[in-house]
Design a protein around this ligand. Structure first.
Ligand SMILES: *[C@@H]1O[C@H](CO)[C@@H](O)[C@H](O)[C@H]1NC(C)=O
Ligand SMILES: *[C@@H]1O[C@H](CO)[C@@H](O)[C@H](O)[C@H]1NC(C)=O
Length: 386
């Protein structure tokens, strides 16, 4: 400002040149002045408002600010905060962090709130779920009694609509190699993610080629009323059973404890925690059970047989046809989709349920070819009662 006044009055050419430059700056300077004034007014109003809220008690505004703060930084100040499941399945925990977090286990058996125990359906897949429409039909009307978790190839992105039960049910996944420890890692990852939801009580492992053989209510009742977890575990003589045992697993595992079983298990919450927290047997199996020892057929059955033999039903709920020789089970095609075929799967077996003999031994079956979907959907009421 000073400079400007001087230049208007002065005749000095040097000052004149200054005048020109400064006049061009004069307008922004004035603008800056206005802006500062405006800013001052705004700050003034804010301060007045803050005092108003504080001393005159504008409750609505205080509450609004409070809710906003709460949704950003929820501090655990009510039971609800502790028992609510994570709002999204996506997280940045690595396996060590995840398993550590998931291994938190309540020691008091009675829940101090109304808990409706759920079955976690855990799908171990490469990517697509060809039977998703059948599962949708199966789950319909049973909300509140199940949760869903899907492990895929890490690069796979499912495209389910927001109305689907599979919408945003993918967990952070990693590469899985058939018959290797990475398979068990994926199963542990599914268990750990599902354990983060305190309402999950039973954990069922399924593949993309699995279908349900009964309706939801029957499956829920069968699993929830069982005194045992359905982990296949048997002592098989011969090269594909005991033949896969390695003496280097001693002393943690001896040949008499060695078990084989289908990978498609059902486990309760306690066993699920036992599986993800294990650091005793894991290194032994990782090191000494490699193809032709298929670790996913031995690790959980053997470990749980050693730790909790009386908690195991020693059989799987998932029907798999191994009658054809080879490393992979039979795949059922369109020709197999008949009422007679399913009646046999559902009833023509004998097994033990809660120490009583029964003919209902299987609740799920695999493997089904994707092109059987339409037929299964069309006849699901007749075949499966849903
Ligand atoms: C399962 O097998 C174990 C031994 O491996 C046994 O102790 C347990 O009683 C069996 N479970 C049932 C339900 O028979
Ligand atoms: C499934 O269908 C194929 C082809 O018709 C047949 O060979 C096979 O025995 C059937 N499997 C069962 C378990 O019925």
């Amino acid at each position: 400002m000073q400079l400007r006044i001087v230049t208007i009055e002065g005749q000095n050419p040097t000052l004149n040149s200054i005048r020109i430059t400064n006049q061009s700056r004069g307008f922004p300077m004035r603008l800056l002045g206005f802006m500062l004034l405006f800013l001052g007014i705004v700050i003034g109003f804010s301060i007045i408002n803050m005092f108003k809220i504080r001393y005159l008690g504008d409750q609505n505004m205080v509450q609004g600010v409070h809710t906003l703060m709460q949704s950003c930084f929820r501090d655990p100040n009510s039971l609800q905060d502790w028992i609510e499941p994570p709002s999204t399945y996506m997280h940045t925990l690595d396996d060590n962090e995840l398993f550590w977090r998931a291994s938190f286990h309540a020691q008091i058996k009675e829940y101090p709130f109304k808990r409706s125990p759920k079955i976690a359906f855990m799908f171990l897949t490469r990517g697509p779920l060809p039977f998703a429409p059948l599962w949708e039909k199966f789950f319909k009307g049973n909300e509140g009694f199940y949760t869903i978790y899907v492990h895929t190839m890490p690069s796979y992105r499912a495209k389910f609509s927001s109305s689907s039960v599979f919408y945003q049910k993918q967990i952070p996944s990693q590469v899985v190699e058939w018959g290797m420890m990475s398979m068990c890692d994926a199963e542990r990852r599914l268990l750990a993610n599902a354990l983060l939801d305190i309402s999950n009580e039973w954990f069922v492992l399924l593949s993309e080629a699995c279908i349900p053989l009964q309706n939801f209510k029957i499956i829920y009742r069968y699993i929830s009323r069982s005194r045992f977890s359905f982990m296949g575990a048997f002592d098989e003589p011969g090269p594909n059973g005991r033949g896969r045992y390695n003496h280097k697993m001693l002393p943690e595992v001896n040949i008499g404890q060695w078990r084989k079983g289908s990978q498609w298990f059902e486990a309760n919450r306690r066993l699920a925690v036992d599986i993800i927290k294990d650091v005793t047997y894991y290194p032994k199996f990782e090191q000494f059970c490699r193809p032709a020892c298929y670790v996913d057929e031995h690790y959980f059955p053997t470990m749980l047989t050693i730790q909790s033999p009386y908690s195991l039903a020693n059989r799987s709920l998932t029907y798999v046809d191994w009658s054809k020789a080879g490393a992979h089970p039979a795949t059922f095609g369109k020709d197999n989709i008949t009422a007679e075929f399913f009646r046999k799967l559902q009833q023509d077996h004998t097994c033990v349920y809660n120490n009583q003999p029964t003919s209902v031994c299987f609740l799920f079956a695999r493997k089904f070819a994707p092109d059987t979907l339409d037929l299964l959907l069309e006849k699901s009421t007749q075949f499966f009662g849903f």
